[in-house]
Design a binder for this molecule. Structure first.
Ligand code: UD1
Length: 338
């Protein structure tokens, strides 16, 4: 059993990873500033696992709180660092918030912790507009399409440079594609504050009657049905990838001190295919209309997952249908729709 700190552990991917770590016998500590989460998530985690992880509320940009926390936590075996802002549009409107929070928090964490095994939450957004699909980890990093994307690129660079300077530090960056869905119990899930920016929470809130209709952003793209294609991965598959990655570092099985892996399913689905799957598996009809393109959208991206399978022995097990079923179960649970 290892002692793992999960920063941003009450957020969407963080909370599912906390559950997966605990299910695999690890002791988990959570740090979260509750800027985009709530204490109810801690309750959800304890309903699922039967235990409440140790929790500290502070912002990793707060130097004295961070110093104090890590002074008291000398025995951490590893850190999974999620704590960051993640709304692409917001990052365009408020870039300094993103550079300050996503990079300031990371640097502060690295300066104060003595833990030597770190998993970093990166994104397929680092690839920009891909030249070749499916995209492999060796594809070139393109200019970021948003300040959010830039913070993921720079975050990887900060970690790569730091592993070069500190020969005891080991890092794995996981580049996520599009995480969706919820834990099967529906005790935790994705709960964005305000109007959802991402497709699946918008779909579930529309089905729940909170939004009048979904807008499909763009229907004249050069794809089979004219809508954009993404690699949607079940959040519990993604959570398990974190457990495997951190255990790889704990077992010292990593071949390099800075490693990178795509975490996706390896296949793409269009927006209309997601809607069709949601309606079919849940037996609901979704009001939607074809609308104009959203600025900054990549036409098509999906992962080559060969490296994750060959090196980590990980592959996604759950389907798009499974993920959309769990997403709707969670939304109904939150809204008391039975
Ligand atoms: C974006 C980021 C990704 C980030 C993720 C989570 C990029 C290229 N990707 O993913 O790095 O991790 O957000 O914040 O910046 N759509 C609709 N109607 C809606 C909402 C979305 O049609 O109301 C469409 C979009 O146009 C897109 C697809 O659904 O084609 C997925 O969109 P979204 O869920 O927002 O994720 P990404 O933009 O792919």
């Amino acid at each position: 059993m290892a002692k793992i700190l999960v920063t941003g552990g009450l957020g969407y991917i963080g909370s599912h990873t906390v559950v997966a770590l605990m299910a695999n016998g690890h002791q988990v500590c959570v740090v979260d500033d509750l800027s985009n989460s709530s204490l109810n998530v801690l309750e959800g985690i304890s309903k699922i696992t039967g235990k409440k992880p140790e929790f500290h509320q502070f912002d990793l940009r707060d130097i004295s709180a961070t110093r104090k926390y890590f002074k008291a936590q000398q025995s951490l075996d590893g850190i999974i660092h999620f704590a960051a802002s993640k709304a692409v549009g917001e990052s365009v409107d408020n870039p300094l918030l993103y550079y300050h929070n996503n990079l300031g928090g990371l640097v502060n964490l690295l300066m104060h912790t003595s833990a030597k095994n770190i998993i970093f939450s990166s994104s397929c957004t680092v690839y920009g507009i891909p030249d070749v699909l499916p995209i492999t980890e060796s594809a070139p990093i393109k200019p970021a399409m948003s300040p959010y994307g830039n913070t993921k690129q720079i975050g990887e660079e900060i970690l790569r440079d730091t592993t070069q300077a500190d020969s005891n530090l080991n890092v794995i960056a996981l580049r996520y594609f599009n995480p969706i869905g919820a834990h099967e119990s529906a005790w935790i899930g994705e709960l964005p504050i305000g109007v959802p920016q991402n497709l699946v929470p918008f779909i579930t809130q529309t089905a729940a009657g909170l939004r009048s209709e979904l807008q499909v952003f763009g229907h004249d793209y050069p794809t089979a049905d004219g809508t954009c294609i993404r690699d949607y991965i079940h959040v519990m598959d993604l959570a398990l990838a974190h457990v495997i990655a951190v255990e790889r570092l704990l077992n010292q099985s990593n071949l390099e001190r800075f490693e990178l892996f795509n975490v996706g399913t390896g296949s793409g689905s269009s927006v209309l295919e997601v809607i069709e799957s949601f309606e079919r598996v849940n037996g609901v009809s979704l009001p939607y209309k074809l609308a104009s393109r959203r600025e900054g959208d990549v036409v098509e991206i999906y992962a080559d997952t060969t490296k994750a399978f060959d090196v980590l022995g990980w592959k996604a097990e759950q389907s798009l249908d499974d993920a959309l079923k769990s997403a709707w179960l969670w939304e109904r649970h939150v809204r008391n729709i039975f």
